[in-house]
Design a protein around this ligand. Structure first.
Ligand SMILES: [Zn+2]
Length: 140
């Protein structure tokens, strides 16, 4: 089942909820005028602190490669450790060489917890990439 998110505040919606009961955004109309990924990337800078966390999480679930750069940038510039961690988790989930490079960039971050998690995630992503690359006759 598809999960629906409000394209403005990114709370979870039932499919028939429009406007969003949380922020009042006209869901259909917003979706017509704004690309979903673009909206999520913009939400990484939303002033309400829970919203960027949700956006990072959803970007990771969507595994959209165009989110790699904005997630990397956000993890580097935010002063919110939880948001930086959420960006790294999303990058790891998106996977691939570009995301791996982005995660590796934080392995020596001065924020200890972030650097520690970056090293774990980098190892996971590298491992996933390796097993994909060596599986004989696996799906490409
Ligand atoms: Zn909303």
């Amino acid at each position: 089942m598809t999960t629906f998110f409000c394209p403005s505040c990114w709370t979870v919606l039932r499919p028939d909820e429009d406007p969003c009961p949380s922020c009042g955004c006209g869901v259909e109309e917003r979706l017509r005028t704004q690309s979903y990924t673009r909206g999520l990337i913009r939400a990484l800078s939303h002033p309400e602190p829970q919203t960027p966390l949700r956006a990072a999480h959803i970007l990771g679930m969507r595994r959209d490669g165009s989110a790699v750069l904005p997630l990397r940038r956000k993890a580097g510039e935010t002063e919110d450790l939880y948001l930086a961690l959420a960006c790294l988790e999303a990058l790891a989930r998106i996977g691939g060489p570009e995301a791996l490079e982005a995660v590796r960039e934080f392995c020596d971050d001065e924020r200890f917890l972030l650097a520690q998690r970056a090293r774990e995630l980098a190892a996971e992503v590298a491992e996933a990439g390796r097993s994909l690359g060596t599986r004989p006759g696996g799906p490409s």
